[in-house]
Design a protein around this ligand. Structure first.
Ligand code: FAD
Length: 304
């Protein structure tokens, strides 16, 4: 099923999981063990991120194909413009299509390591809106069944963007080019999401906007990730994480409680679903979903 249909037909919140292609063999073997557990949590769909360069890009398709074929879960392949010319992008698109995958998250990608700004390759794309426009133009020209396309949104603004208004202008360009939905960057303060959603609607962005949540698994990891993006940590949460120190079990427990609270508030305000950055782990997510599925917010459609 295509992304737009998944949200249009949903009678309860749509829960989706994002995994990434690991760099090492050990981590890859570990993901293979975790996938059945993730599938067992009944996600509405799963997405697989696109590696920066090289072998992890191959693994994106391998993992996505396995989720789709072996577990029969709707799968979404991420795709970036990094290091790829138009013909190379077209080759990847054809392979994704041949594997029976109907959905993409279309991204520009980050500058490769050692580069401070994004420089497109010759005959490549400078921004995600160009990639979306290219995919749609090609589908029309060749008479292909259109992909469902998601794009990235940034509740606290993208790092390179001077302000949220500029970022929203660019988000609108991605949607106008043919994106069906927006998935957001992680955030820990829902006020940023509500402000972003309201501004996006005012700017004429009318597709589903799905909050992306990263449940905290370790204090150190989360401080590193949030320092690399524009993501504000609420001071109360920071203080609580400090008490966890190097104890991963304590940090995970804080993460589970915080994610449940954050998701319940978002669902209570009517978001169509939650996209979980699962970090290739399942145990914490199992507890989070258990709580969310048992909560009244999970019934929003049946309550009218
Ligand atoms: P763009 O939409 O091109 O935006 C990049 C910057 O340029 C923004 O500041 C924007 O305001 C500006 N801009 C956009 N369009 C224009 C324009 N036409 N003219 C001028 N300025 C413009 N990275 C990966 O490598 N692999 C992944 O699988 C991956 N998945 C992601 C999934 C999600 C949900 C999110 C939120 C991010 C993901 N990323 C991934 C990270 C992403 O690649 C980076 O955030 C990247 O820096 C921006 O990608 P984008 O698609 O948002 O780019």
């Amino acid at each position: 099923m295509k992304l737009a249909q998944i949200y249009a037909q949903a009678t309860r919140p749509v829960f989706s999981f994002e995994v990434f292609p690991p760099k090492t063999e050990i981590a890859y073997e570990n993901l293979k063990q975790v996938l059945p557990q993730l599938v067992g949590l009944r996600p509405d769909f799963m997405t697989v991120t696109y590696g920066a360069l090289g072998s992890t890009q191959e693994r994106t398709l391998e993992i996505a194909t396995s989720i789709h074929r072996q577990f029969q879960v709707e799968t979404v392949c991420h795709l970036t413009c990094v290091g790829a010319s138009r013909p190379q992008i077209d080759q990847v698109l054809d392979r994704i299509r041949q594997e029976g995958i109907h959905n993409l998250v279309a991204l520009r990608g980050d500058p490769p390591q050692g580069q401070s700004s994004f420089v497109p390759v010759a005959n490549g794309f400078a921004h995600a809106n160009e990639l979306v426009a290219h995919i749609r133009e090609r589908e029309r020209r060749l008479g292909l069944d259109p992909f469902g396309i998601g794009v990235a949104g940034y509740p606290e603004g993208h790092l390179e963007s001077p302000d949220l208004a500029t970022d929203l202008l660019h988000l609108k360009r991605k949607v106008d080019a043919g994106a069906d939905m927006v998935v957001t960057q992680l955030f820990y303060d829902n006020r940023h999401f509500f402000r972003f959603e309201q501004a996006a609607r005012a700017a004429g962005i009318l597709v589903p906007i799905i909050p992306g949540l990263l449940p905290i698994l370790s204090a150190k990891q989360i401080l590193r990730i949030t320092s690399l993006s524009r993501c504000e940590m609420p001071p109360d949460l920071l203080r609580e994480l400090e008490t966890a120190g190097d104890d991963p079990a304590r940090a995970e427990a804080i993460g589970i409680r915080q994610t449940v609270q954050q998701a319940q508030e978002l669902l209570g305000r009517g978001v169509p679903g939650i996209h979980f950055y699962v970090f290739n782990k399942a145990t914490h997510l199992s507890r989070i979903l258990q709580e969310l599925r048992g909560s009244p917010q999970d019934q929003w459609h049946s309550q009218g």
